[in-house]
Design a protein around this ligand. Structure first.
Ligand SMILES: CC(C)(COP(=O)(O)OP(=O)(O)OC[C@H]1O[C@@H](n2cnc3c(N)ncnc32)[C@H](O)[C@@H]1OP(=O)(O)O)[C@@H](O)C(=O)NCCC(=O)NCCS
Length: 172
C-alpha cells in the first residue's frame, strides 16, 4: 500500500537517495558517466533540506507501508515564462521496484491538486530527449511544447517541454 503525503525535513535523505539513484539508472545512456558518478548524496540532501526549510515550492513523497519512501515529486511556479502555463513539475522520480503500479500518476495528481489550490491553472515538465518518461507524460495528456539545450557535465543535451493547459483534468 502506497500513500502520498507532503514531504518533511526528515525525508530529505530519502529524496536525495532516490533522486541520485534514479538519475544514475534512467540517464545512464543519456549523460556522461563521470558527471553521474560525481553526484553527491550529501549535497543533494542539503539542497532538498533547504527547499523544505524555506517552504519554496511543493514537495510530495510516496510512502510504501513495506518499503518506506519510494518516490517523490517537486513543483512550483513555472520558471522560464516561455509557455502559457503558470505551474511546473520540476522533478518526478519513482524507484524502479515500484514502476507501473500507479505511484507516478498519484504523485502527479497530488501535485496538480496542490498547484490548483495555489491558484495555478496549467503545468509544464521538462524531459530529457530519449528518456522514455515522455511516454508517461503523453499518456497523462501532456503535449510537446518546445525544446531547450543545456550543458550537463561535458555533454550538451536537449530537453523537451510537455505542457498541460488544464490542471483540472490532471487533478482528476
Ligand atoms: C516516469 C515515472 C515517474 C512513471 O512512474 P510510474 O509509477 O511507473 O507510472 P504509473 O504506474 O503511475 O503509470 C501511469 C500510467 O502511465 C503509463 N506509463 C508509465 N510509464 C510510461 C512510459 N514510459 N511510457 C508510456 N506510458 C507509461 C502506465 O502504463 C500507466 O498507464 P494506465 O494507468 O493507463 O494503465 C517512472 O517511470 C520514473 O520514475 N522513471 C525514471 C525517472 C524519470 O525519468 N523521471 C521523469 C523525469 S522528467
Amino acid at each position: 500500500m502506497v500513500t502520498i503525503r507532503r514531504a518533511q525535513r526528515s525525508d530529505s535523505s530519502d529524496i536525495a537517495r532516490i533522486h541520485i539513484d534514479m538519475w544514475r539508472l534512467a540517464y545512464k545512456e543519456l549523460l556522461d558517466a563521470d558527471f553521474l558518478r560525481q553526484l553527491s548524496y550529501r549535497r543533494s540532501q542539503r539542497q532538498w533540506e533547504s527547499m523544505l526549510q524555506r517552504h519554496s515550492g511543493v514537495l510530495f513523497v510516496a510512502e510504501s507501508s513495506a518499503d518506506g519512501v519510494v518516490g517523490f515529486a517537486a513543483g512550483g511556479p513555472e520558471r522560464t515564462r516561455r509557455f502559457d502555463v503558470d505551474g511546473e513539475l520540476m522533478a518526478l522520480y519513482v524507484l524502479s521496484s515500484h514502476h507501473g503500479s500507479g505511484v507516478g500518476r498519484s504523485l502527479v495528481r497530488s501535485m496538480a491538486r496542490e498547484l490548483l489550490e495555489n491558484g495555478r491553472t496549467g503545468m509544464v515538465v521538462w524531459v530529457l530527449r530519449d528518456n522514455p518518461a515522455y511516454g508517461f507524460y503523453e499518456h497523462l495528456g501532456g503535449t510537446p511544447a518546445g525544446e531547450q539545450e543545456l550543458e550537463l557535465g561535458d555533454r550538451s543535451v536537449v530537453e523537451e517541454a510537455y505542457v498541460w493547459g488544464n490542471l483540472g483534468m490532471l487533478a482528476g
